[in-house]
Design a protein around this ligand. Structure first.
Ligand code: DAH
Length: 332
């Protein structure tokens, strides 16, 4: 057969081939474009071609090569594309999805909100104050003597740029701010973060949260304080809890007490708060006439309540933001 005729035949062969799967396409590639392809064989026959037509023959073979390449590339795209879309169509909609974690409330906030709600039921509203305070609100107005150890830098964080400012060491500051600006009757609770220069351990941290309570009116007695706190304990801990008061000392209350709770029938008392009748000096410092008004105040640590409620062994866990810890409160 004339070699030009052979080339023509190969051309129509290439053009008519329609490999429709990856495997057939690979056969096509090996046959026409592989290292031992038929076009090479054809080209090797150039010696049979008379000299004057050698150039023409070279062009014919080149054209064949080009056709084969183009066909291969377009088929590859087509077959590959179909493969992709068939994968897409193969999505199994019945497969279970990846679970997405819902955020959860922080245990300190869970407890804080519950305490707010309990006091709201008996008429206490929430008041807030700044975390960076002056010495007046953190100490002086609260009747804290100049030489009181709490004022020492080993206990309280002072702001370097302005030593008259501190990171508040107690939420009692908010008592003062409210009394300075509000006429009695006053019935507030004030939850918030406080700071102390403590050595960090499983029991202590350099910041934690307190919740302060203040009630000022014409006739407020220690019995009111007791009844209010007893109500709180029954609501928060349960009806099988009892309370006891131990005399204590705070500069801003007189008399002062600490309150312990205990599950009935057990013998372990747990201290949960400090309290007392607001000191007449504090009322005076806030321009409230102590002859006319009396009041009680109390302050408790929120972490301590959370630790007791959830059985948390180490206060540091509350501030590490480890999701494995935090996720455990998602149903609370
Ligand atoms: N501020 C006190 C503390 O940080 C707690 C406290 C005790 C608050 C007695 C009060 C109170 O309002 O009356 O230890």
């Amino acid at each position: 057969m004339d070699i030009f005729e052979k080339a023509k035949q190969l051309k129509s062969e290439i053009e008519n081939q329609l490999p429709d799967a990856a495997e057939a396409l690979e056969q096509f590639r090996i046959k026409y474009l592989g290292s031992k392809n038929v076009l090479k064989d054809l080209f090797n026959s150039i010696k049979e071609v008379p000299n004057e037509r050698k150039k023409e023959f070279g062009q014919v073979v080149n054209e064949l090569k080009q056709i084969a390449e183009e066909k291969f590339n377009s088929l590859k795209e087509k077959i590959g594309g179909e493969k992709k879309s068939s994968v897409q169509n193969n999505i199994d909609l019945t497969m279970p999805g990846d679970p997405m974690w819902k955020g959860s409330r922080h245990p300190v906030n869970i407890v804080k909100n519950e305490v707010i709600e309990i006091f709201a039921r008996i008429g206490f509203t929430v008041a807030e104050g700044p975390e960076i305070e002056d010495e007046w609100h953190n100490f002086t107005a609260l009747n804290t003597p100049d030489d009181h150890p709490a004022r020492d830098m080993t206990d309280t964080f002072y702001i370097q740029q302005d030593p008259a400012l501190v990171l508040r060491s107690q939420t009692s500051t908010v008592q003062v701010r409210v009394m300075e600006t509000t006429k009695p009757p006053i019935r507030i609770i004030s939850p918030g973060r406080v700071y102390r220069n403590e050595t960090i351990s499983y029991k202590h941290h350099v910041f934690f949260h307190q919740l302060e309570g203040l009630y000022i009116d014409h006739k407020v007695s220690f019995a009111d304080l007791k009844q209010t706190l007893y109500y709180f304990v029954q609501e928060f801990f349960g009806e099988d809890f009892e309370i006891r008061f131990r005399p204590s000392y705070f500069p801003f209350t007189e008399p002062s007490a600490e309150m312990d709770i205990r599950k009935k029938g057990t013998d372990r008392w747990m201290e949960i708060l400090g309290c007392g009748m607001v000191h007449p000096k504090v009322l005076q410092n806030c321009n409230i006439n102590p002859e006319e008004f009396k009041g009680f105040a109390f302050g408790m640590g929120i972490e301590r309540l959370a630790i007791q409620r959830f059985g948390i062994p180490d206060i540091r866990m509350l501030f590490e933001n480890d999701v494995r810890f935090l996720r455990q409160f998602s149903n609370t």
